[in-house]
Ligand binder design. Structure first.
Ligand code: SGN
Ligand code: CA
Length: 533
């Protein structure tokens, strides 16, 4: 990699954050204050499957995430951040286009290839003079477009000694732990490659904390003495929620003892044993030795214990949370490295740092792992930002925001005056300036498509307002669910069709119809009851 910055363009912006331009030789009456602000840099850190319950700035029950907390403490914490389709590829397509899945074409991970010729915010940023770079998970099947520099992992990527696809089309294997490597590459780009004369957008996209939660060897020992609280609906019976009852994502029944929980032994077999061994075999001998030294005693105890029933389910839950949190630890440390770099290089004055995930995740709520459902844990996504002083809002931002809002936000920050009308998200800049518009959205729209598929979550769409949520599961099912989030925040009691809910049902139906019209979704519902209109 070049050691000196590669200056690809003539100077566009003054190199300091705010610079008084030297007086021109001739009078310059049109430029009254002679001050030009360099557009803001954006560092966008997105993790995979990181849920707010597992960040101490949102939830203190599990483990400390001091670096994430630093962003939240010194910056803003969105308390109502959501996605439009709770799955990796679709979420990324929503992010880059600012449009719902039916508009950007990437509805699910299994059948779609992202059409990289469509407009995306990185392309608009490039036109506005930004340098754009992306390192890590991409997951959109076609290769990235709109980035001056990228290096991605194929598909889901590997935690240990992963492959990277380079811009020239070659694939290389890098030695190390993926979360560290993605950060190394990002910081190396900032240090050695990026053009300091240009504002930049840098996407740091981690695989962590995606299944199967393989921690770095240096963190394997963490949290082993802890017993974490089991969610009170871990033994949910899904009464009144047909689609929930047929989903295959229960910690108890659907986690693989070997692949997910690492209980591998030569005499033991499971559906995903081979996959686990292919990941394990990526490790070098020192990594394997550290791995075995940690897991062998746990494996021995487990097979000797003969656990069954409820005890076995709770044992699986504890192992799941521990592995997940160990992977979070690397992530938090690597976010700290990025913050330190920006601070040490005086870049925080003119850089917006964003930390979010491609969606939320179940940590045993409803008995589950995974995501997909429009229920709160996976419909939500954590979102914290460290804005420079020019964006003055601090503390909690309670407005409902969605991942389709990133594209117009970044475009506005890049000085793009006119956001194209077909972008469906809304810029968050007014919220960050503490100038919340009176007409901020009061309803969120969601649509999930990946069925039939792994985890068997039925297709569904729905709307959520500040209090109620209406969901329609369709395709090989026709099932409606209505929740009062105020009285039933865990969404255990489907009140759809219950006496006394007629008025609120009609109101939420109206909101759903309005949202489907507003976003121009071709898959629309038919009123199930003629009288409700
Ligand atoms: C993989 C996982 C699933 C997960 C999907 C989508 N299975 O297929 O558990 O739901 O990814 O996740 S695994 O056996 O390969 O681990 S997403 O976040 O990328 O959308
Ligand atoms: Ca994900």
């Amino acid at each position: 990699m070049p050691l000196t910055p590669n200056r690809r363009s003539a100077l566009i912006y003054p190199s300091a954050a705010i610079v008084a331009l030297a007086p021109a030789a001739t009078s310059c009456s049109t430029n009254k204050n002679n001050v030009q602000q360099k557009p803001m840099n954006i560092v966008y850190i997105m993790t995979d499957d990181h849920t707010a319950q597992m960040m101490s700035c949102y939830d203190t029950r599990y483990a400390d995430t001091p670096n994430l907390d630093r962003i939240s403490r010194d910056g803003v914490r969105f308390t109502n951040g959501f996605v439009a389709n709770s799955l990796s590829g679709p979420s990324r397509a929503c992010l880059f286009t600012g449009k719902h899945s039916h508009k950007n074409g990437f509805t699910d991970n299994t059948t779609c290839v992202f059409d990289g010729s469509q407009p995306t915010f990185p392309k608009y940023l490039q036109k506005a003079g930004y340098e754009t770079a992306l390192f890590g998970k991409w997951h959109l099947e076609s290769l990235p477009t709109g980035f001056d520099r990228w290096e991605i992992v194929p598909g889901q990527g590997d935690y240990y000694n992963p492959d990277f696809i380079l811009q020239n089309g070659d694939t290389v294997v890098e030695h190390g732990y993926l979360t560290n490597l993605i950060t190394d590459k990002s910081l190396d780009w900032l240090e050695n490659e990026h053009d300091p004369e240009k504002p930049f957008f840098l996407a740091i996209h981690h695989k962590a904390i995606h299944r199967n939660w393989m921690a770095d060897t240096c963190h394997l020992g963490l949290y082993e003495d802890r017993t974490f609280p089991v969610p009170d609906n871990f033994f949910d019976d899904y009464e009144g929620r047909e689609a929930a009852s047929t989903a295959e994502m229960r910690v108890d029944d659907h986690m693989d003892l070997i692949y997910d929980l690492k209980m591998n032994r030569p005499d033991k077999h499971s559906r995903l044993k081979e996959r686990y061994e292919s990941y394990y075999n990526r490790m070098d001998s020192a990594q394997k030795a550290a791995w075995d030294a940690h897991y062998d005693p746990i494996i021995k105890d487990f097979y000797n214990s003969g656990l069954t029933g409820k005890e076995l389910a709770e044992w699986k839950f504890q192992r799941y949370i521990k592995d997940y949190l160990k992977v979070v630890k690397s992530l938090d440390e690597n976010v700290g490295r990025v913050l330190d770099y920006l601070e040490q290089h005086d870049m925080l004055d003119n850089t917006l740092v964003v930390y979010t995930s491609d969606q939320g995740f179940y940590m045993g709520e409803h008995g589950w792992f995974d995501k997909r459902f429009m229920y709160e844990e996976s419909f939500r996504t954590p979102l914290i930002m460290l804005p420079p002083a020019s964006l003055k809002r601090r503390g909690d931002i309670p407005e409902m925001v969605q991942n389709i809002d990133f594209a117009p936000t970044f475009m506005e920050l890049a000085g793009i005056d006119e956001i194209p009308a077909d972008i469906q998200g809304r810029s968050l800049v007014p919220l960050l300036k503490d100038e919340t518009p009176d007409d901020w959205r009061k309803t969120l729209y969601y649509h999930f498509y990946e069925y039939p598929a792994e985890h068997a979550v039925k297709r569904h769409y729905g709307v959520r307002d500040g209090r109620y949520k209406l969901i329609h599961f369709y395709n090989d099912i026709n099932s409606w669910e209505l929740f009062d989030l105020q009285n039933d925040p865990r969404e255990m009691d489907n009140i759809y069709g219950k006496p006394g809910t007629e008025a609120i049902t009609a109101e939420m139906m109206r909101k759903l119809k309005e949202a489907q019209e507003q976003y121009d979704d071709p898959i629309r519902f038919k009123y199930p009851v003629d009288s409700i209109q």
